[in-house]
Write a protein that binds this ligand. Structure first.
Ligand code: SF4
Ligand code: SF4
Length: 404
């Protein structure tokens, strides 16, 4: 892409006012309070850089990126929204809940530093919910906050003996897999071992910054980007790729740093990052994927996260899992689940988030599938909240196919 075209996309100069983004925006469909991507993104950003004003309804954008995918001109609409939101919070105070929703990594570190920290935090969250404390802070009182696993992924990893190999990848667990669903990272490590890879971790990585970007802490997110990009480039120099099992983390590391902050090194680092099944598909293309699968008799309903769709590599999890004897995979094909990171955790966005997810909930509720799979942790939480079904990550099914 030429430099001039690149800049135009991030400054909205290529917007044709066709309104495709508006008809694809799930939040706009769910509430009339949101004026929609074209007005708050391209149109407003043109004015915003020349005058001091703010579009109130910008607060409704969940950064699901459906608009970006719909735009025939390639305008980075959601990025414009996040940049404007970040600009606003440089001069305006955050709500109390924003601090909490954007900094899950800090809370996780605190919990892990205390004896019985996970158990105490889980109990505290239960009591807090029943007393309505979260509601008072501006967090949706009907939701459960994600509970902490008794052992973090990093702690499990320290005690796990791997077969060493010259073929190596670095695993980026992200906050949610490390603290809340370590079983996803464990499954990833076991899958890679079955493929002759040794998995490394790098605890100098920070949270990818996605919760900060969507909550308007853009400067902090940039600091995280600088640290993570430096780490990725160090691994790149050694010829070792970085892989994530959460599609919001992989999207942030691969693309959003470059889109938001525009530094060349961010694009360079992004090229060394892969989502887990994207990497497994590349291995398969090279004839390197171990396909000695055991039978797994399961019909799966697959909710493809918005942030996976945005990465544009199709649905390799479906393709690979369909090679496992006994497995069938049906796409839910029901749009956004509505949670969009921390969007659905905000009390004033809760009803919208549930309305957006209603089609998916219905699809799952009437489905005869044995399991629901999804590559994003917060989508899995939303599906669980909206249907009572507990989904898993597709990598967990693949681990089963390897007898793990
Ligand atoms: S990112 Fe999602 S919520 Fe935000 S404007 Fe685009 S489609 Fe709408
Ligand atoms: S889809 Fe793209 S070109 Fe069309 S109105 Fe939205 S931003 Fe502009």
């Amino acid at each position: 892409m030429s430099e001039e075209k690149d800049k135009a996309i991030y400054s909205a100069d290529h917007c044709l006012s066709c309104t495709s983004c508006m008809s694809s925006c799930p939040v706009m469909e769910a509430t009339q309070e949101y004026r929609g991507p074209k007005l708050v993104g391209p149109a407003h950003s043109r004015m915003h850089f020349s005058q001091e004003d703010y579009e109130d309804s910008l607060d409704f954008c969940s950064n699901c990126k459906s608009c970006d995918r719909a735009c025939p001109s390639g305008v980075a609409v959601s990025t414009l929204n996040m940049l404007q939101r970040g600009e606003y919070y440089r001069t305006h105070p955050h709500k109390q809940r924003d601090q909490m929703l954007a900094h899950g990594e800090d809370m996780g570190k605190l919990v892990r530093s205390l004896p019985f920290g996970a158990a105490c935090a889980n109990l505290g969250m239960k009591i807090g919910k029943s007393l309505g404390v979260f509601g008072m802070l501006g967090i949706a009182g009907k939701r459960d906050m994600p509970s902490y696993a008794s052992q973090s992924f990093y702690s499990w990893f320290k005690g796990y003996k791997q077969q060493p190999s010259d073929k190596k990848v670095v695993f980026f667990p992200g906050c949610f897999i490390n603290d809340n669903e370590p079983q996803v990272g464990i499954a990833f490590v076991k899958v890679m071992q079955k493929n002759g890879y040794e998995v490394l971790v790098d605890q100098k990585f920070n949270c990818c910054g996605s919760p900060m970007v969507v909550t308007g802490y853009l400067d902090e997110a940039k600091e995280h980007a600088h640290n993570n990009v430096a780490r990725i480039l160090e691994w790149k120099a050694k010829g070792i790729p970085v892989i994530a099992c959460c599609t919001s983390c992989s999207l942030m590391l691969k693309e959003e740093y470059g889109e938001l902050f525009g530094e060349d090194e961010m694009h360079e680092a992004g090229a060394n990052v892969y989502d887990a099944f994207e990497y497994l598909a590349i291995m398969e293309e090279k004839g390197e994927l171990n396909t000695s699968f055991k039978e797994v008799k399961e019909s799966l309903m697959y909710h493809v996260p918005c942030h996976l769709k945005s990465q544009g590599f199709g649905t390799p999890a479906k393709d690979i899992l369909e090679e496992v004897p006994g497995v069938s995979v049906e796409l839910a094909d029901a749009g956004c689940c509505g949670i969009s990171g921390n969007f659905g955790f905000k009390d004033d966005k809760y009803e919208i988030s549930m309305k957006v997810g209603a089609k998916l909930f219905e699809r799952i509720n009437i489905s005869q599938a044995d399991e629901v799979i999804c590559d994003c942790g917060t989508c899995r939480m939303q599906i669980n909240h909206g249907t009572q079904v507990k989904p898993c990550h597709p990598i967990e099914i693949l681990a089963k196919a390897y007898g793990e």
